[in-house]
Write a protein that binds this ligand. Structure first.
Ligand code: UGB
Length: 584
């Protein structure tokens, strides 16, 4: 009986009004159907139409890249710390006060298998800073640096949007509220919740019934591409435009390096006048990140676009590259790896979204029962990706990309310990272990470039993954978001032994002739200026292996395979304004 009313309700969205209104009121979840209808650009009628087309293409085995030839595109390649990089970084810091940031954090992270929301995970355990805190503090640091550099209106706040989903929304709010928004004004942060989409039971795009509740339609996430329609329908884009903003920057949930690359990338966007700028890093063949590719069609069309990792290999094989997705003589794939950090210029972005209402080209990925492709193993749904935005842009659009060193820009936490341990040797693990180690490596390399002596790393194995362990150096974004800031704060002959740990929490802390062999923790309010000199030596902090299956250890630590044994440290806290010298 229920199925009958559901069928009637669904007719509503296929334009069959007369037959359907009875069902809408009698079907127990008529309002759920109405929600599915209103949250999809063009409504359920459009969803079903697109689904039927894409399912027919999939059944016919149609290649989405039919007629396109892939080639390696040209983009801006930056080398950390050279003059070019420093100039772009400065240009980016200037532009930052005309930017808005958008974090897509609706994904549950099934590959990682962590029980909490991913943005609550510590990016590194020396300071215990979680990803969300790192992002908010980085945006605040950029806001302040931009204000100082341009001597502009220091009241201007950089807007920050987080896209959540039913899976992450309540816990994201809770994390923000219980930490006083990590120092950001609550009004500066907006949450937009993406809705799930209806699951499809067959090739005719009939909706699937929820296996746990026969009165409901089964729903699943639609993908990070929803962020565009949400920004448009919420009116935020128009408000930003009216407020004179020029850029929208999109980023993902677990990359503890990202903001080291953002200022220079934004500088590239402004200098090269890119409508779309994707951040990229050298990519290892078969690494689970998309490849930035130039696609040229026989009819003359051409675009620079991300080709997702599972599609790149078949596309290359189908176009005469017999080995498929392979490394070249450099040891990397010739296609730069997409890290899904996008910088869009607001004017052309609004123009495009006014036409499309933010709907992004979708795809469907049904798992068929057999070769006849007539039925599915389980329900499927349409999905979309935020990086597919350029697919509908006119040929005149300026679409570029910026390649950065991977050690500087990209260390996501996506894989659980077991899967990470199986990653082919030489390819990145993308685990909580490698994500944390990458932060220490980047900070060590940045200090080296700034003139300090930093000892080489040692190799250690945690959760079955062999990683480089550099000195555990961490600092707050406001101490050194850009290379120029770090250089300003490190002088003389500073040296750090491999077994060292250093945590800097304060804006005006200057390292002058510091020699560290142990653990040093310094915290200072912004009005305290602290010069750190001399030699610090103690027993320090030591990394101790833990087994990822050991339930007595908190999950946040277990998934990285180590915990810190804090044996001895020098700890100083400056909570009064003034000038100080720490010279132990
Ligand atoms: N996300 C949402 O906000 N909503 C959703 O419905 C789904 C996800 P994944 P993925 O940089 O390593 C992407 O699952 O999709 C958020 C690129 O497509 O971590 O497998 C989620 O919370 C790929 O080209 O990644 O792969 C997270 O913040 C490559 O660049 C983000 O979307 C790859 O990321 C990404 O979700 C990468």
């Amino acid at each position: 009986m229920c199925d009958f009313f559901l069928e009637l309700t669904l007719n509503l969205f296929e334009g069959n009004w007369r037959r359907s209104w009875i069902g809408f009121f009698l079907y127990p979840n008529g309002f759920e159907v109405a929600r599915l209808n209103s949250s999809y650009p063009g409504g359920l009628e459009s969803y079903i139409k697109t689904a039927r087309e894409l399912l027919a293409d999939s059944k016919a085995g149609k290649n989405p890249f039919d007629g396109f030839t892939p080639s390696v595109p040209k983009g801006e390649v930056l080398t950390f710390g050279d003059n070019n990089f420093i100039n772009f970084e400065e240009a980016g810091v200037r532009e930052a006060q005309k930017a808005a940031f958008v974090l897509v954090a609706g994904g549950l992270g099934e590959r990682l298998g962590y029980n909490g929301i991913k943005v609550a995970l510590p990016a590194e355990t020396t300071t215990g800073t979680c990803f969300l805190q790192y992002y908010l503090e980085s945006i605040l640091a950029l806001q302040e640096d931009s204000c100082r550099l341009t001597q502009g209106d220091c009241q201007a706040q950089i807007p920050f949007v987080i896209m959540t989903s039913d899976d992450t929304h309540a816990r994201t709010i809770q994390l923000l509220e219980s930490n006083s928004y990590f120092g950001m004004e609550p009004t500066q942060v907006k949450l937009l919740k993406q809705e799930k989409v209806a699951c499809l039971a067959d090739n005719d795009a009939r909706f699937a019934i929820d296996p746990n509740n026969k009165y409901r339609i089964q729903t699943k996430p639609h993908g990070h591409g929803d962020v565009h329609s949400l920004l448009f329908s919420s009116g935020l884009l128009k408000a930003w435009h009216a407020a004179g903003l020029r850029w929208v920057l999109f980023f993902q949930d677990t990359n503890g390096l990202l903001f080291k690359a953002i200022p220079a990338a934004l500088g590239v966007s402004a200098t090269r006048q890119y409508h779309v700028n994707s951040l990229a890093v050298p990519r290892k063949a078969k690494e689970a990140i998309g490849g930035i590719t130039k696609l040229t069609h026989a009819d003359g069309r051409a675009m620079v676009i991300n080709v997702e990792y599972n599609q790149l290999d078949p596309l290359l094989r189908a176009t005469g590259h017999d080995g498929g997705d392979l490394n070249d003589e450099t040891g990397y794939s010739p296609f730069p790896g997409n890290i899904n950090q996008l910088i869009l210029e607001i004017d052309p972005y609004i123009e495009e979204l006014t036409k499309t209402r933010g709907s992004i080209k979708e795809f469907v990925n049904p798992k068929y029962k057999d070769a006849s492709k007539s039925s599915f193993k389980s329900s499927t749904r349409l999905e979309c990706m935020m990086q597919d935005y350029p697919k509908t842009l006119p040929a005149s659009a300026r679409v570029g990309f910026t390649v950065m060193d991977a050690w500087l820009a990209y260390a996501p936490v996506k894989n659980n310990p077991e899967d990470a341990a199986k990653v082919p040797k030489g390819n990145p693990y993308h685990s909580a272990t490698s994500g944390e180690m990458a932060i220490y490596r980047a900070n060590s390399l940045i200090l080296r470039k700034a003139g300090a002596q930093v000892s080489d790393p040692v190799l250690q194995v945690f959760n079955g993954q062999e990683v480089e362990v550099w000195p555990r150096i961490a600092w707050k974004p406001k101490w050194g978001l850009t290379f120029a800031e770090v250089k300003r704060k490190v002088s003389g002959s500073c040296a750090f032994s491999q077994r060292s740990t250093m945590a800097i929490k304060g804006r005006n802390i200057f390292l002058e002739d510091l020699s560290l062999d142990g653990a040093l923790l310094i915290e200072a309010i912004d009005d305290a200026e602290v010069k750190v000199r001399g030699s610090v030596q103690n027993k320090g902090w030591i990394l101790q292996n833990v087994d990822h299956k050991d339930a007595s250890v908190p999950e946040e630590l277990r998934i990285r395979g180590f915990k810190i044994n804090k044996i001895e440290q020098l700890e100083k806290n400056y909570s009064e304004p003034g000038k100080f010298c720490l010279n132990p």
